[in-house]
Design a binder for this molecule. Structure first.
Ligand code: FEO
Length: 172
């Protein structure tokens, strides 16, 4: 069974992952509004991924005999300066999430909770990909420019992002 400290910390992470989902859904809405449906699709898949992350922690907490108590989710920003700004904010947010995961991992080690450590190893690997995806998009957008002719080509490429894997019904 999880101790109280870890239970609290994982509950906070559930909130942080759900905020991420909410943030990316808000970004998808903005991208639809500026007529970039491919980027909006990419961001919607990102939203799906964050819901999966949330449920991984949710299921884990229940499996370890914890009690999930959901907290309120802050409103995400609705307006952005450009598509580049959206992806810069995404990268910055993912770097923040990485620091939260690392902090959680440190706590699991200090508390000697091996199952939590194993769960978090999946998230540590996932964060490498999350930062890379956002970072690659930032680099490409800086190359083509906010309103450059390559933007529509990139929009079509972003539209090809495959659906996120469905969340597991029970903890892995
Ligand atoms: Fe759940 Fe994008 O980190």
């Amino acid at each position: 069974m999880l101790n109280e400290k870890l239970q609290q910390a994982i509950s906070e992470q559930i909130n942080a992952e759900f905020y991420s989902a909410y943030l990316y859904l808000s970004m998808a809405a903005y991208l639809e509004d500026i007529n970039l449906p491919g980027f909006a699709h990419w961001m919607r898949i990102q939203y799906d991924e964050e819901v999966i992350h949330t449920l991984k922690f949710f299921d884990f907490l229940i499996a370890r005999g914890g009690r999930v108590v959901l907290k309120g989710i802050d409103a995400p920003p609705a307006e952005f300066d450009s598509v580049l700004h959206v992806f810069e904010a995404t990268l910055q947010h993912e770097q923040h999430v990485t620091s939260l995961i690392n902090k959680l991992y440190k706590l699991a080690k200090e508390e000697g909770d091996y199952p939590t450590e194993v769960l978090l190893q999946w998230f540590i690997t996932e964060q490498v990909e999350e930062e890379k995806n956002a970072g690659d998009a930032v680099q490409q957008l800086r190359m083509i420019g906010d309103f450059g002719p390559g933007l529509l080509t990139m929009d079509r490429e972003m539209a090809a992002r495959p659906a996120a894997a469905p969340p597991a019904a029970s903890p892995a």
